[in-house]
Design a protein around this ligand. Structure first.
Ligand SMILES: [Zn+2]
Length: 238
């Protein structure tokens, strides 16, 4: 991916809200960190940050950030400064700038209601509480596997082509608490909203810093991880 260490050619800086210099100055002012800013045309990874030391950051941003609103830049600075921020404006910006997820085929049957857990209800709650109702993915239980593995399990996956989250039906059990289903579902909703990133070395990095930041807004992460550890130890019981 071609990358331009700022300043870029003057023509590219015209008619933008920020120039690379003013964007860098604003990020430094708001975050209180020294920022080494790189701009690029990477479409899959809009933001990547490397901490060179506690006060200095190497920040790679997609060119579109030159047109970002002050609110987006403010949330980005919060993120750079490790300040808690809902990140919703930043997230909307990332989503709008990226390839929009394809919408679900109209009329497609989506079976969110299980025996113990109603996925559509959980999805709506999560979307409303943590994502400003911006997630558009549907959710369904996957097919029942007649011979489930006793050694490993994939809890869920996000099918980009159908914009559909498919949850492992083994989780539809009274022994699985709602917060764990929500944790797994929320993780996949973030995949929908943030897309698949790419690290500076070109390898896929689907759980980048914005992903982790967003995921940490779900209050039961620690509890869910403890449940997961127990669950995988007793897979044969589910
Ligand atoms: Zn993931």
């Amino acid at each position: 991916m071609p990358e331009v260490l700022f300043p870029p050619p003057v023509s590219q800086a015209e008619s933008r809200r920020y120039t690379p210099q003013t964007l860098q100055a604003e990020l430094e002012r708001l975050s209180g960190r020294r920022v080494l800013l790189y701009l690029n045309n990477n479409r899959t990874r809009m933001v990547s940050v490397r901490r060179l030391n506690p006060s200095q950051l190497e920040v790679r941003l997609q060119m579109r950030f030159l047109d970002a609103s002050p609110e987006v830049v403010g949330e980005l600075a919060d993120f750079l400064a490790n300040r808690p921020s809902p990140g919703l404006t930043l997230n909307r910006f990332l989503q709008a700038a990226g390839t929009p997820p394809p919408s679900r085929t109209p009329g497609e049957a989506v079976l969110g209601e299980g025996i113990h857990h109603d996925l559509e209800l959980y999805r709506q709650d999560l979307n409303h509480l943590y994502l400003n109702d911006r997630s558009q993915a549907g959710v369904t239980w996957g097919r029942k596997n007649p011979r489930p593995s006793r050694r490993s399990i994939r809890f869920a996956c996000y099918d980009h082509s159908r914009n559909l989250i498919i949850m492992n039906r083994r989780l539809d059990s009274a022994a699985v608490p709602r917060y764990f289903i929500e944790y797994v579902l929320f993780h996949e909703m973030l995949h929908e909203m943030l897309g698949i990133g790419e690290r500076a070395d070109g390898r896929r990095d689907i759980h980048g810093p914005v992903f982790k930041l967003m995921e940490s807004t779900f209050p039961d992460v620690a509890k869910a991880l403890r449940f997961e550890a127990e669950f995988v130890k007793h897979l044969d019981e589910f």
